[in-house]
Ligand binder design. Sequence first.
Ligand SMILES: [Zn+2]
Ligand SMILES: [Zn+2]
Length: 248
Amino acid sequence: MRLTVLGCAGSFPGPESACSAYLVEAEGFRLLLDFGSGSLSALQRYSDMNSIDAIILTHLHSDHMLDACLYVVVRRYDPTGARPPVPVYAPLGAAERISAAYSSENEPMDDVYTFYGLQPGSFPIGPFTITVDRVNHPVETYGVRVEHGGKVLAYSADTAPCEALLRLAAGADLFLCEASYLDGVDNPPGLHLTGGEAGEAATKADVGRLLLTHLIPAWFSEASIVDAASAAYAGPVEVVRPGARYDL
Ligand SMILES: [Zn+2]
Ligand SMILES: [Zn+2]
């Protein structure tokens, strides 16, 4: 299984990165985890934009799904002919949300996407075994566990600390975990993790490697977040970058 970071900027695009989007590949199958603002650009840089086999949208905040609107044009109006629908696993309401953001005409999206409503549980997508569960964020949001060939990638999506996150990440080889906030200050409750909280989750879940993402470099010091995470987790910690690839 290979993870390629397409975008990792938290909440809005940063100077060096689009918003959240991660390409997960195995056996020639390409699964996109989130499709945040600006990430369609990166998708073209690091892969063939037409070759996406399935998409998971962890939640319907703009920084995790907005380029699914622009991808409608890519599939529907390809000069060589319209592409077949792509399966999209997302919270209920994704079709309406994408349609509304695409245009004001309330047009159907089923020529481009086949929607499946996410619910807590495990199911196959291509060669992967996927497990999702509700995490702690103001809108319906799913953390994701991806298993293939005995290896495990866990992705926090956006979340404040919660038990579901620990279950999803348990024993993961790679834990791609958001770290949006600074420790030691008053943060809004029930939204995001600090670096320290990401580190604590990595320790409790006994993961092999912590990959920090969804940082907001315009607001918060990356070094502070990494230091806080490293103080709470003894294993390897790094902040992901667009174009970074991890084989597991
Ligand atoms: Zn976000
Ligand atoms: Zn969010």
